[in-house]
Design a protein around this ligand. Structure first.
Ligand code: NAD
Ligand code: PRE
Length: 282
C-alpha cells in the first residue's frame, strides 16, 4: 500500500488502516521530512520511498496530496509500469479535473476510483491525523463499477471507521461540495478578512471574539495552499454558489434597511430548522 501525501488526510488513512491491520506494509511518500519521520517513528508507516519507486511495487495507491499534486501524479502514473491489478484512488476535495486526468489510466484498464472523505480539520500535516477522523463520515466514490473487487478490499481496510460510502458522479460531487464546503470556506475567510480590516486599530479587537465568531470562522485557519488548489479546480461552481449567496445577502440587507422585522425573523427561522435537521439526522 502506497500513501502519497502524509498530511492530515493521508496520515489519517494510514492510521485507520494500521489500526485495522497491524501487518499491512504501508509505504509513505511525501517531500515533507517532518510528517514522514513522525509517521515512521510512530510506526504508522513502515518505510518512506519516492513516489515513482513505490508506485511500481504497490497493490494499492492512495493519492493524498493537494488536488494539483494529485492531478500531476495521475499523469505521471500513466508513464510507469504499474502492477496490472493495482487499485488507485485519491482523497481530493474536487473530482471533475481528477477524473478527467484519470481517463487515460482507465482507458488502459487500470483500476482507478475517485474518492473524497467528508471529514477533515483546519489543521494540516501528519502529526494532526487521527484514526477516528472518518468515523461515520460520508465518503464519496466516483467511477465505482460493479466489478471493482479491489475497491471492496480498500473499503475493508477502512472498515473500522464505519464509513458511509456514497457513489456520485464527478459533476454532481463538485456542485454539491461547492455549496457544502467551498462556499462556507470563502464566506469564513471573507468574514475574517472583513472584521480584521475594521478592527485593526482597536485595542481589544479580535481578542474579544467569542463562540459565535470562532464557530463561524474556524476553517479560515486552514492551509492556504490546499484551499487555493481546491478553488482553482472548481471555479465555476464556487462562483455560481457565491452569486446565490450574494442574492440572499442582498435580500437580508434590504429587509434590514426597510426595518422589515417579519422577513428578518422568517430568514432566521428557516435557517434554524435547516441547521438543526443536520444534527437530528445523525
Ligand atoms: N483537510 C481537510 O479537511 C480535507 C478533507 C477531505 C479531503 N481533503 C483533501 O485531501 C488532500 C490532502 O489534504 P490534507 O488536509 O491532508 O493536507 P495537508 O497539507 O495536511 O497534507 C498534504 C500533504 O501533501 C504533501 N505533498 C505536497 N506535495 C507532494 C508531492 N508532490 N508528493 C507527495 N506529497 C506531497 C505535503 O507535504 C503534505 O504533507 C487534499 O487534496 C484535500 O483537498 C482535505
Ligand atoms: O472540518 C473541517 O475543518 C473541514 O474543513 C472539512 C471539510 C469541510 O467540511 O469543508 C474540508 C474540506 C473537505 O474536502 C471536506 C471536509
Amino acid at each position: 500500500m502506497l500513501i502519497s501525501g502524509l498530511g492530515l488526510i493521508g496520515s489519517s488513512i494510514a492510521r485507520t488502516i494500521r489500526d485495522g491491520d497491524r501487518k499491512i506494509e504501508i509505504i509513505g511518500s511525501d517531500p515533507d521530512d517532518d510528517s514522514a519521520q513522525f509517521l515512521l517513528d510512530q510506526q504508522i508507516i513502515n518505510i518512506r520511498k519516492s513516489f515513482e519507486e513505490a508506485a511500481i511495487m504497490a497493490d494499492f495507491i492512495v493519492l493524498a496530496g493537494p488536488v494539483s499534486v494529485i492531478v500531476g501524479q495521475i499523469h505521471a502514473l500513466q508513464r510507469l509500469s504499474l502492477k496490472p491489478d493495482v487499485f488507485i484512488t485519491d482523497v481530493g476535495s474536487t473530482k471533475k479535473t481528477i477524473m478527467k486526468a484519470a481517463q487515460p489510466l482507465l482507458a488502459k484498464g487500470i483500476n482507478f476510483v475517485g474518492g473524497h472523505p467528508m471529514a477533515g480539520s483546519d489543521k494540516s500535516g501528519g502529526r494532526f491525523g487521527t484514526p477516528n477522523l472518518f468515523k461515520n463520515a460520508i465518503y464519496f466514490l466516483v467511477g465505482k463499477t460493479q466489478t471493482n473487487r479491489k475497491l471492496a478490499d480498500y473499503q475493508q481496510l477502512l472498515s473500522k471507521s464505519m464509513i458511509r460510502w456514497q457513489p456520485i458522479t464527478a459533476a454532481a460531487h463538485d456542485q454539491l461540495v461547492s455549496e457544502l464546503s467551498h462556499l462556507p470556506h470563502v464566506v469564513a475567510v471573507t468574514l475574517v478578512n472583513t472584521i480584521t480590516d475594521s478592527l485593526d486599530e482597536k485595542s481589544i479587537g479580535l481578542k474579544a471574539a467569542a463562540g459565535g465568531f470562532k464557530d463561524t470562522t474556524r476553517i479560515a485557519a486552514s492551509d492556504p495552499t490546499m484551499w487555493t488548489t481546491i478553488m482553482m479546480n472548481n471555479t465555476e461552481q464556487i462562483s455560481r454558489a457565491l452569486s446565490q449567496f450574494q442574492q440572499h445577502l442582498a435580500k437580508f440587507q434590504a429587509a434590514l434597511d426597510t426595518h422589515d422585522e417579519a422577513t428578518i425573523k422568517a430568514f432566521f427561522a428557516r435557517a434554524r430548522a435547516s441547521r438543526k435537521s443536520i444534527d437530528e439526522r445523525k
